[in-house]
Design a protein around this ligand. Structure first.
Ligand code: ZN
Length: 245
């Protein structure tokens, strides 16, 4: 079975469509695993929720999903994110709100645990450092954990014998072979990449080969930026999409 692993769509419909097209061109997947933050920052929150719901999928809640429906406190957001959050809240239909409200914080699926931030704090914690990643391995039971939130494709590996943790970039060219090690894997962000590469980022897991492969998908960033300007979304959020930062 093949599954697409996507995170942080952030209401970027052009990026999300490009990823879905890319998946279709690779023969499609049985299921989409979404790691949260469908909305926030971008110009098409309602459309992105509606499009995701057309697919066989599972999805956990992200901090922006909760903030947009008033379930999480947006006071921790920077001013630009807060403005976008307020605007997002006004774009959601009652069905969108109900859908976001029902998203679980954690999903366990076979060998995988899915969360947005970290297994310790599923909504808010960023896993960027080896220190916090190492501690995280105590907070999930499965062999692998899938996270989003940082928008940076990364793999953390736990060495059981040495009791140490290491990190590596998750690069598009080489597939990640799932072996015996426990891993925390971030597929990068679909709608607002932050690793200096503006292309949408996502991964495909193939249970037959035991591989996860990362893909970077170019999309027309200008379409999203034009729509953001039309809706008076903060200019810094518009500009960062070109840089992938
Ligand atoms: Zn995010």
């Amino acid at each position: 079975m093949r599954c697409a692993i996507i995170a942080d769509i952030h209401a970027n419909l052009a990026a999300f469509r490009a990823v879905l097209d890319h998946i279709e061109r690779r023969g499609g997947v049985a299921e989409i695993w979404c790691l949260g933050d469908i909305v926030g920052y971008g110009p098409d929150p309602h459309q992105c929720i509606e499009l995701l719901r057309q697919y066989n999928h599972i999805c956990v809640a992200g901090n922006h999903d909760w903030a947009a429906i008033g379930k999480a406190d947006a006071s921790d957001f920077n001013p630009d994110a807060a403005v976008a959050c307020q605007w997002t809240a006004q774009q959601l239909s009652p069905e969108d709100i109900e859908y976001l409200d029902k998203l679980p914080m954690v999903i366990e699926r076979g060998d995988f645990t899915l969360v947005h931030g970290s297994p310790r704090q599923p909504i808010w914690e960023y896993l960027i450092s080896i220190g916090s990643a190492k501690e995280s391995f105590a907070y999930f039971q499965s062999q692998f954990c899938l996270v989003g939130h940082s928008h940076v494709p990364m793999v953390f590996r736990y060495d059981e014998e040495a009791g140490t943790c290491s990190s590596s970039q998750f690069t598009p060219s080489v597939g990640l072979a799932l072996g015996k090690s426990r891993l925390i894997i971030n597929p990068g962000g679909v709608g607002q990449p932050r690793d200096g590469d503006p292309r949408a980022s996502y991964a495909i897991y193939d249970s037959d080969t035991g591989m996860i492969k990362l893909y970077r998908v170019p999309y027309d960033v200008g379409i999203t930026q034009t729509r953001m300007v039309k809706h008076n979304l903060p200019i810094r959020l518009v500009a960062r999409l070109s840089q992938g930062m």
